[in-house]
Design a protein around this ligand. Sequence first.
Ligand code: SAM
Length: 386
Amino acid sequence: MGKNYRMLAKTLFGMEDLLAAELRSLGAGNVETGVRNVTFEGDKGFMYKANLACRTAIRILKPIRTFNVFDEEDLYKRVYEFPWEKYMDVNQTLAVDSTVFSDYFTNSMFVSLKTKDAIVDRFRDREGTRPSVDLEYPDLRVNVHIDRNIATISLDSSGDSLHKRGYKVENVAAPINEVLAAGIIMLSGWEGQSDFLDPMCGSGTFLIEAAMIACNIPANINREEFGFERWKDFDEDLYNTIEDALLNRIREHPHKIIGYDKDPIAVQKAIENIKSANLTEFIKVEEQDFFESEKQGDKALHMVFNPPYDERLRIEDVERFYGEIGSTLKHGYPGSQVWFISSSTEGLKNVGLRPFKRIKLFNGQLESRLVGYEMYQGSKKGKSRS
Ligand SMILES: C[S@@+](CC[C@H](N)C(=O)[O-])C[C@H]1O[C@@H](n2cnc3c(N)ncnc32)[C@H](O)[C@@H]1O
């Protein structure tokens, strides 16, 4: 076991408890939830494991220094004093991101710039040459968080956002973020215990995340790289051991995972993404208009989807479209539990079924509701509003 240190995992609004539970079950110590983040303790191996396995983390930061700071010059001095040569070589590249909640500092871009200047100036003064900045593929991503007068400098162990799982080769117009998709499936309580259907599957994100959950496949196993792989202290043997241990926990999934989309191009894209995720044997996708479909067989069915955004539908279409979702579920899907996310208040009013659960989430910037409906077996009615 290596030395334990405190880390911070960022997540989406509403996913904090899920992420805390994921981290606990992976073995994190002292887990505490914040707003859109969870802090925890673990060693270097655990940092690799959390990046590979957490479905609801967006990035995992390793704080390296916290100090009081009142202006930009102060910040520059404190960052300059830090031994950056421990973390990167002069011929490597860096990028700095900042988040600022402070009256002392209002401009996060300026905070990033000052921090970057301090780091490169330290190298220049010591070695006569300075590292370059690469905002897209830096060797070291530094994160500055300023809360009032407390600055925390962290290294970003994830690199690119963890929603970039590495399996997406094709995109549709409004794909759902992979972290949001996994979180929604987890909030809906599905862990692989029944058949699963996304009746408007687009590029297949829910299907792929569902299959990975059901088979216990680490969420980020298809990623090309994590930030920590370019760190000076990267331990490849340790990483391989952690990866093998996670792969050993993959399990069989005896139920069906099915996707429908009425758009043949979306169907093709979903199939390509599923192939790229190596999940073809677990998922079937069909060209099918959901409104002309009905449930196959008597087995329990779990449905999760995100209907099209209302920005692309006219308002009377929104009402009709959501009304059709409700009546298709009511008449065609008895014995199903149904969950979908939408930002359309108008649409949700027109489903005509009473949800047993409503959860506030954000789909990008859009405030949305994840709604859950129980469609009872036998009555062919579901719980209607009247
Ligand atoms: C917002 S997108 C879903 C995005 C998807 N979750 C993803 O990650 O790519 C909505 C999808 O619903 C499909 N759709 C719209 N009406 C449909 C219907 N009646 N039956 C089946 N699919 C439909 C669209 O073709 C589109 O691909």
